[in-house]
Design a protein around this ligand. Structure first.
Ligand SMILES: Cc1cc2nc3c(=O)[nH]c(=O)nc-3n(C[C@H](O)[C@H](O)[C@H](O)COP(=O)(O)OP(=O)(O)OC[C@H]3O[C@@H](n4cnc5c(N)ncnc54)[C@H](O)[C@@H]3O)c2cc1C
Length: 389
C-alpha cells in the first residue's frame, strides 16, 4: 500500500489555521512512523505500547487544551479534534488512551478541582508521569450512571469508598483514578491514588474489540481517601456528564479518523486488486460504495469542524456533541464494514487495518453514551419530551 492519502473532497484544508495543520501533521507523522508499525502485535497480544507514553507527552496530546500554567499546551478545540482524528486513524485504543487522560482525568481536575489539586496533578498528567483513569460505569449501571451504587461515607477528615466499577479504560496501568460515588450529599468525585489500601484494578480479558487498550474493573474495599482529594466542585451527575461531553467531542473527530484510514485502504486496494481481468475500482458496484463513503466522510468532516468552531466560540451544546458523536462513530463503523467487504478474504487479516478498526468501533459506538442514548438526547432536544424511561 502507498502512504496514507487523506480524502479532502471539499477542500477543507483551507478552513484550518496554519497552527492547527501543524499539530495535525505532527501527530499524523508520529502515528505513521511510531505507532502503526506496532499496533498489529499489540492488538493480537491485548496490550498497549506503554513505552510510547513519553513520546505522546512530548507531542503535547495529553490535555492539549489545558492552560500552559498547568502543564498543558493551551491549544484550541479544533487542534484537539484534529489530534483525536489522527490518533484514531491509528487505532481507537490509542485515541481512547489520550481521551481518558485529557478529557476524563485532566478535565475534571481542571474544572472541578481546587487550585492545590490542579497544581499537584495536572503537570504530572500532562507529562505522562502519572496516568489516570475515569471510573463511572458499574456492573449494573452504564447508560444510567445516576443509579450508581459505589458509596463514599465521611469518617473524620477522610472518606471511606466502597463499590465496583467496570469497563474502565487504563484502570490497571493508572497511578490515579477519578472515581464517582454516591454519598449523603449526592454524587461526588474523588481523586483516588491507586496505591491506597483496599483499591485494586484487575484487567478485563477476552475482549475482541479495543484490544490494544487496557480495560479494567475497579474494586474499592474500604478505601480511605483524605478529604483534600475530594473534587470540591465535582458534585451531582452533571459533573461526570460534563467530562463525558469533552470526551465525546474528541470521539466525533476520532470517528472521522478511523473512517479516513479505512477509506484510504479500500480505495487503494480496489485500484490494485484485479477481479475478472480489471481493477475492482473499475466496477460500478465498487464505485457506488466509494462514492457513498466519500460523501458520508465529507459530511462527517464538516460536522466535526463546525462542532469545533462552535466549541472554540463557547457556543457548543451537549446535544450538538451527541449528534456529532452518534453520526461520526456510525460513519466510521459503516465505512469499516463496507471496506472490510471490499477487501475480500484480506479483510479479515490484521495485516490490513480495516478489520481492526471495524472491531474497535463497536466499543466506540457503545461507550461514552451508546448510539441509542444519543438518539434519545437528540430526540429530547427536538421534542422537549424525555424518552429515556
Ligand atoms: C472498551 C470499553 C471501554 C470503556 N471505558 C470506560 C471508562 O473508561 N470509564 C467508564 O466509566 N466507562 C467505560 N466504559 C463503559 C461504557 O461507557 C458503558 O458500557 C456504556 O455507557 C453502556 O453501558 P452498559 O454497557 O451498561 O450498557 P446498558 O446501559 O446496559 O445498555 C444496553 C443496551 O440498552 C440500550 N439502552 C439503555 N438505556 C436505554 C433506554 N433508555 N432506551 C432505549 N435503549 C436503551 C443501550 O443503547 C444498549 O443498546 C467502557 C466500555 C467499553 C466497551
Amino acid at each position: 500500500m502507498e502512504a496514507f492519502q487523506q480524502l479532502d473532497f471539499f477542500a477543507l484544508e483551507d478552513q484550518y489555521s496554519e497552527e492547527e495543520l501543524m499539530v495535525r501533521d505532527a501527530v499524523r507523522e508520529w502515528v505513521g512512523e511510531r505507532f502503526l508499525p506496532l499496533v498489529m502485535e499489540h492488538f493480537e497480544n491485548g496490550t498497549f505500547p506503554m513505552e510510547l507514553v513519553p513520546e505522546l507527552a512530548e507531542l503535547g496530546v495529553f490535555g492539549p487544551t489545558v492552560p500552559e500554567e498547568y502543564g498543558g499546551a493551551g491549544m484550541n478545540s479544533v487542534a484537539y479534534g484534529l489530534i483525536c482524528q489522527e490518533l484514531e486513524r491509528g487505532d481507537s485504543g490509542l485515541r481512547s488512551f489520550v481521551s481518558v487522560q485529557g478529557s476524563l482525568v485532566m478535565y475534571p481536575v481542571l474544572a472541578y478541582g481546587s487550585e492545590e489539586q490542579k497544581r499537584e496533578w495536572l503537570p504530572r498528567l500532562a507529562s505522562g508521569e502519572v496516568i489516570g483513569c475515569f471510573g463511572l460505569t458499574e456492573p449494573d449501571f452504564g447508560s444510567n450512571p445516576g443509579g450508581m451504587l459505589t458509596t463514599a461515607v465521611r469518617d473524620g477528615d477522610d472518606w471511606i469508598l466502597n463499590g465496583r466499577k467496570m469497563w474502565i479504560t487504563n484502570g490497571t496501568c493508572s497511578q490515579m483514578a477519578i472515581v464517582w460515588t454516591r454519598g449523603e450529599e449526592g454524587i461526588m468525585g474523588f481523586i483516588v491514588p491507586t496505591d491506597l489500601p483496599g483499591f485494586s484494578a484487575p484487567e478485563q480479558k477476552h475482549k475482541w474489540s479495543l484490544r490494544a487498550s487496557i480495560t479494567s474493573e475497579l474494586v474499592l474495599e474500604d478505601v480511605r481517601v483524605p478529604n483534600r482529594l475530594r473534587l470540591p466542585e465535582g458534585n451531582g451527575l452533571k459533573a461526570p456528564l460534563g467530562c463525558l461531553s469533552q470526551a465525546r467531542y474528541g470521539i466525533a473527530w476520532g470517528g472521522v479518523g478511523a473512517a479516513l484510514a479505512c477509506f484510504d485502504e479500500g480505495l487503494q486496494y480496489s485500484q490494485q486488486r484485479i477481479v475478472f481481468d480489471k481493477p475492482l475500482a473499475g466496477f460500478q458496484l465498487a464505485q457506488k460504495k466509494l462514492a457513498d463513503m466519500a460523501t458520508d466522510i465529507t459530511m462527517g468532516q464538516m460536522l466535526a469542524l463546525r462542532l469545533g468552531r462552535l466549541k472554540d466560540e463557547g457556543r457548543v451544546t451537549a446535544q450538538q456533541v451527541s449528534m456529532a458523536k452518534r453520526n461520526n462513530v456510525k460513519l466510521g463503523l459503516d465505512v469499516a464494514r463496507t471496506v472490510r467487504d471490499m477487501l475480500g478474504a484480506n479483510g479479515i487479516s490484521l495485516e490490513y487495518q480495516t478489520g481492526r478498526h471495524m472491531l474497535n468501533l463497536e466499543s466506540v459506538s457503545t461507550y461514552e453514551g451508546t448510539h441509542d442514548i444519543h438518539t434519545l438526547a437528540i430526540g429530547h432536544e427536538l421534542t422537549g419530551l424525555p424518552a429515556y424511561r
